[in-house]
Write a protein that binds this ligand. Structure first.
Ligand code: VTB
Ligand code: MG
Ligand code: MG
Length: 323
């Protein structure tokens, strides 16, 4: 994966973040999502790649752009890549002005990303120091103990991120009984999943059921960072099971390891904060323009770059506006 693409992809998530940040707290999640999607789509077409969206905003008939199968990039003989996007991960977060929304993408060589269907996935994610210490089917108490040991902490010092949903009541109460600390989030499980790989982020484990497409996006980052993630799709109907089989998963409920979700290290992951989160600061507008905070990670080398960018919107009035 060409190294200059890292900066190009950072510009793509910056544009999406800037566009949706204009909608922060305005109570309109669809407008925030559309703005991010349009801005991301427009920026892709400044890059010399031959990209195909494999995880996106939905099927062609339900999403006007960044739909699954859409070609993005200038073409021009550029690299053939599979692209997974979530222009606005955490639409409700932005609509309400809460924390933890990001614009995010992962790109990999063609055929290297699992084409996860739009359904639920059970996930457990830890950073590099605790890799090899989790199992998605182990009792949660056992995972907590093993991760604490690997991190050289007491279970009482662990911080576990879980989506605040009724489906997680048992998980939450068992974590609490075991003594672990929990950060309940309203939405947006990709950012905390990635944060587990940063020891000073305040997030040690992310677990629970969220979106499968976002699971693969998080897996791309964790793959680059050397952490561990396990997932299991949660098909809820026969139709969903059929979709799993159609994408080549004979057993829809098999455990998905990192290698199953992201093959090889020809991967780039980029995310820009929209609202403040554990890893990334949100977009700030100033008299000078706007400031964005982005992380971009390259699988081949594992280099992590945090890009703190000041955008002179007076010179680039269309940046982050989808045009
Ligand atoms: C959302 C979203 C998460 O999972 O909650 C979703 O905020 C699914 O859960 O970031 P619900 O259907 O209960 O809302 C994620 O999209 C991503 O995994
Ligand atoms: Mg989205
Ligand atoms: Mg999402």
């Amino acid at each position: 994966m060409y190294r200059e693409l890292a900066l190009e992809f950072a510009r793509v998530t910056e544009a999406a973040a800037l566009a949706s940040a204009r909608w922060m707290g305005r109570g309109d999640k669809n407008a925030a999502d559309d703005a991010a999607t349009e801005a991301m789509r427009a920026m892709f077409d400044t890059i010399n790649i031959r990209g195909t969206v494999v995880i996106g905003e939905g099927e062609m008939d339900e999403a006007p752009m960044l739909y699954i199968g859409e070609k993005v990039g200038l073409g021009n003989g550029g690299l053939e890549l599979d692209i997974a996007v979530d222009p606005l991960e955490g639409t409700n977060i932005v609509a309400k002005g809460l924390s933890g929304a990001i614009a995010v993408l992962a790109a990999a060589h063609k055929g290297c990303l699992l084409h996860a269907p739009d359904m639920y996935m059970n996930k457990i994610v830890v950073g590099p120091e605790a890799a090899g210490c989790i199992h998605i089917d182990a009792p949660v108490e056992e995972n907590l103990n093993n991760v604490a040991k690997a991190l050289g902490k007491e279970v009482e010092q662990l911080s576990v991120v879980i989506l605040d949903r009724p489906r997680h009541h048992e998980l939450i109460s068992r974590c609490r009984k075991a003594g672990a600390r929990i950060q309940l989030i309203t939405d947006g499980d990709v950012a905390p999943a990635v944060a587990t790989a940063f020891p000073d982020s305040g997030v040690d484990i992310m677990m629970g059921i969220g979106g499968a497409p976002e699971g693969v996006i998080a897996a791309a980052a964790i793959r680059c960072l050397g952490g561990e993630m396990q997932g299991r799709l949660v098909p809820e109907t026969e139709e969903e099971e059929a979709r799993c089989r159609a994408m080549g998963l004979e057993d829809p409920r098999k455990i998905l390891l990192l290698d199953d979700m992201v093959r090889g290290d020809g991967v780039i992951f980029a995310a820009t904060g929209i609202t403040d989160g554990s890893l990334l600061k949100g977009v700030k507008f100033t008299s000078q323009g706007a400031r964005t905070h982005t992380v971009v990670i390259r699988g081949r080398t594992g280099t992590i770059r945090f890009i703190d960018a000041l955008h002179r919107l007076d010179k680039k009035p269309n940046f982050g506006r989808g045009r």
